[in-house]
Write a protein that binds this ligand. Structure first.
Ligand code: DQA
Length: 140
């Protein structure tokens, strides 16, 4: 049984309502129903965690980072600011794939730098919610 956790950071609880022209009109909860359906016959345990609090994301990375097989992380704006999240990813054993719904490189320059990228196994940007699915497929 493969254990995979998807982590969404700040403001991603507002998906579906937040700037839909950038992030789309689907809620993450609906997307999770689609994902769980897709992998129903696979030997995978897919869980989801969202927090607006940096420390809670750190705690979650520590909690699963020595036992899970993969983490799919969209750290939201913390991507561009958090050395602590980068250090946590460097310190755990579970590989992390960085996902961004929007193509951050088409947007403001402050979104072009990521503290997560140098410690991520891989990066998927700009494919909407499909990016999470591509990341799970990679782990499978
Ligand atoms: C985001 C891009 C970030 O720059 C932004 O702060 C987000 C969402 C994305 O998924 O496109 O909150 O990570």
């Amino acid at each position: 049984m493969l254990r995979i956790l998807i982590i969404n950071g700040p403001n991603l609880n507002l998906l579906g309502r937040r700037e839909p022209e950038i992030y789309g009109e689907d809620t993450f909860e609906d997307f999770m129903i689609h994902l769980r359906g897709k992998y129903i016959d696979s030997d995978v345990d897919l869980t989801y965690f969202q927090s607006n609090h940096e420390g809670h994301i750190l705690d979650k990375l520590h909690e699963v980072g020595f036992s899970y097989d993969g983490i799919v992380l969209n750290a939201g704006a913390l991507t561009h600011t958090s050395i602590a999240i980068a250090d946590a990813i460097a310190g755990i054993e579970t590989p992390v794939i960085e996902v961004h719904i929007s193509n951050v490189h088409k947007r403001e320059t402050f979104r072009h730098h990521s503290y997560v990228s140098p410690v991520a196994e891989g990066i998927i940007v700009g494919f909407g919610l499909r990016g999470y699915e591509l990341a799970v497929d990679y782990f499978l």
